[in-house]
Design a protein around this ligand. Sequence first.
Ligand SMILES: C[S@@+](CC[C@H](N)C(=O)[O-])C[C@H]1O[C@@H](n2cnc3c(N)ncnc32)[C@H](O)[C@@H]1O
Length: 164
Amino acid sequence: MSRLDSFLRRMCAQRVLLEEAAALVRGIDGPVVDLGIGNGRTLDHLQALLPDRRVFAFDNFLHSAIGVLPPAEQIVMGDIRDTLPFALPRLGERAALVHNDLGSADEIGNAATAAWLAPAIEAVARPDAIVVTSFLLPFRNYIALPLPPSVKPGRYHILKLGAV
Ligand SMILES: C[S@@+](CC[C@H](N)C(=O)[O-])C[C@H]1O[C@@H](n2cnc3c(N)ncnc32)[C@H](O)[C@@H]1O
């Protein structure tokens, strides 16, 4: 498969799972956390899907269009390894939905990130939060939710925190 085909399939999987997650959290109170603003595509999509939720956006620098950004108090700048574990006072309440888009094609780098990111997410997420993630995260307790037929296993993930 070409890199272009792979990218397109990953984007389609991301969109399908964000939409599924948005439907699931309509019954779960709490803000949304988008990890990795990048170009602001997923941030914009989450804000469109959940217009009544506060969406908090994290990155270490801004290179998205200004128009997609949430209010300034919902933008957290800096290394997520440093900012996320201490972000609960900023969020005000535990997050109902966390989207992790920090991944790259480097599986070893993703595994290293996963080791510190999972506990950092647990520090700010509800115990029953929905997590959509580009790579698997070693949470203490979670179940992997079934993927829609259009999403190939391993391409993108949707999880629910909590004991099985
Ligand atoms: C794949 S891009 C995110 C794309 C974005 N979700 C979108 O839809 O446009 C990954 C982003 O994560 C940010 N990032 C990666 N590791 C980070 C870290 N440790 N702390 C803060 N930001 C990080 C990068 O700066 C980059 O903007």
